[in-house]
Ligand binder design. Structure first.
Ligand code: NAD
Length: 478
């Protein structure tokens, strides 16, 4: 077998210890890998590289297309960009796949039958990194969803379920509140679900869905969810299997795939040879499947399962009465190596076959007809009550635009707000033509000139559009 080139990064904290353990196991198992190393993480951040990755690393990643990555430490404080988010977005790694499985009776867990795969959208949502301070009091972060982004991740989840013989895909969103962004995700889920009648589906509001996941995870199989919810629930799901140190993940894109443990660099236990390398090892198993070294993948996975059954446990999963030996990181690796060639006696044996390349495709659709029908003007103002700003803005209009409503943090305050509503210095002032009829863009420019001339500090505008006659913005109620 020819060797597959891969890029490896040892990371920070426990990263080097767990990466050494994993590479030793892969080598002993006969994995055919040609390994190149790149520098990432804290050392680079502290040298002033703001995204924590050496510029020369991009070429290597582009060449090998496979990245096995240990966790890194992102220094706290401003000015540092998350390396993980940068790599995921720069290489279009849209799907984050996180299997969370219980290993009872060998690892203590309240959930013996848990076997859930969380498929998390990886590029969009609040991770766009577009944040602003707009007034003295108010800060914002933009939550961006795209139709292609939703289609890609949801189709990937269904393709994954088909390929890995999973029975059900559940959708987690908060579309009762975020009707346009999360609403799009849910709508696309329903559309794509209809293409896979053999897969059972259900949909959950993320809060109650997460509560049920933490309580009765056996009711779930595959969960597909936007970026932020996926980030949070996959850590919870991994932790309730027994330890956050047990779960590996893959980050899949068209051109590159990255494999990592789901946990961080655990600085509290770094350098002590006590970290559990299992998360990174199981990520490496996913990598071996991805590069079609399926027999080695099964050999490593089964040796690991057997080691867990034999009770060689690192401190995070060590439990008197269940575990037989508390081992350090390197002893655990040696134990896995000693069990290479064996299969588990009670836990389910791992079998892998050449995987189909899963593609989260999206369909081109004809563009909707987009018509400008109004504008939200955001104003920084702290000189009085809602009625004061409302009456002043009532005086400002153009041929086509006049004030419809003012909200403060999304609550209607003019006309006819409630006196109890707490107001900040951030006012969203909605202008329209009197109905949702087409307005010219020049009218917005005229309106802003008038608002400016009246001495208001407008901080941003958001154009209001209809698409094929459907309103493309949240309406103001109350
Ligand atoms: P963490 O996951 O590093 O640690 C949380 C807790 O779990 C700690 O008590 C730690 O000791 C324990 N733990 C984690 N992995 C373990 C393992 N393999 N074996 C045994 N115990 C383990 O989360 P954190 O403390 O919030 O973050 C530490 C650093 O990691 C931060 O700088 C954070 O930004 C970074 N981080 C990196 C990644 C990544 O590189 N993918 C992911 C998450 C956090």
């Amino acid at each position: 077998m020819s060797k597959t080139p891969i890029t490896v990064a040892y990371g920070d904290g426990i990263g080097p210890e767990i990466m050494n353990a994993v590479l030793k196991i892969l080598d002993a198992a006969g994995a055919e890998l040609e390994i190149d190393e790149i520098m990432i993480g804290e050392k680079l951040y502290l040298k002033g590289v703001e995204n924590g990755i050496d510029p020369s690393a991009w070429d290597l990643l582009r060449k090998t297309k496979i990245f096995l990555k240990a966790p890194i430490t992102t220094p706290r404080g401003g000015g540092y960009k998350s390396l993980n988010v940068t790599v995921r977005k720069a290489f279009g790694l849209y799907a984050n796949v996180r299997p969370c499985i219980s290993y009872r009776p060998f690892i203590r867990t309240k959930h013996p039958d848990m076997d859930v795969v969380i498929i998390r959208e990886n590029e969009e949502d609040l991770y766009s990194g577009i944040e602003h301070r707009q007034t003295d009091q108010v800060y914002q972060c933009l939550k961006l969803f795209s139709r292609p982004g939703c289609e890609k991740i949801i189709r990937y989840a269904f393709e994954y379920a088909m390929e890995y013989n999973r029975k059900k895909v559940s959708c987690f969103t908060k579309d009762n509140i975020m009707k346009i962004t999360d609403g799009l995700f849910h709508k696309v889920f329903n559309e794509i679900a209809a293409e896979y009648p053999e897969i059972e589906t259900d949909s959950w509001i993320v809060d109650i869905g997460s509560a049920r996941l933490a309580d009765t995870p056996e009711r779930f199989d595959v969960i597909v969810t936007p970026n932020l919810y996926g980030d949070i629930i996959s850590d919870i799901a991994a932790q309730i299997t027994g330890s956050v140190g047990l779960a590996g993940s893959s980050n899949i894109g068209e051109h590159l795939a990255m494999f990592e443990a789901i946990h961080g660099s655990a600085p509290d236990i770094a350098g002590k040879n006590i970290a559990n390398p299992s998360g990174l090892l199981l990520a490496a198993v996913m990598m071996l499947v991805h590069i079609h070294q399926v027999e080695i993948a099964a050999k490593v996975h089964n040796a690991w399962l057997r080691t867990i059954e034999e009770g060689f446990h690192t401190a995070d999963i060590y439990e008197q009465g269940i575990s037989k030996r508390r081992v350090g990181t390197s002893e655990f690796a040696d134990a896995v190596i000693a069990h290479l060639g064996e299969t588990p006696h009670e836990l389910r044996e791992a079998h892998y076959y050449f995987p189909k390349k899963l593609t989260g495709t999206h369909k081109q659709k004809p563009k909707d007809e987009k018509i400008l029908v109004g504008v939200d003007v955001f104003i920084d103002w702290d000189k009085g009550l809602p009625d004061d700003i409302g009456k002043m803005l009532d005086e400002i209009s153009t041929d086509q635009l006049k004030l419809k409503v003012i909200t403060n943090r999304g609550i209607k305050v003019y006309p006819e707000g409630l006196p109890e509503t707490f107001c900040t210095d951030h006012w969203r002032c909605r202008f329209w033509s009197g109905s949702w009829q087409k307005v010219e863009k020049d009218e917005i420019v005229k309106l802003l000139n008038k608002i400016n001339a009246a001495g208001f500090d407008f901080i941003k505008t958001e154009n209001l559009y209809t698409f094929n006659g459907e309103i493309g913005f949240s309406e103001v109620h109350g």
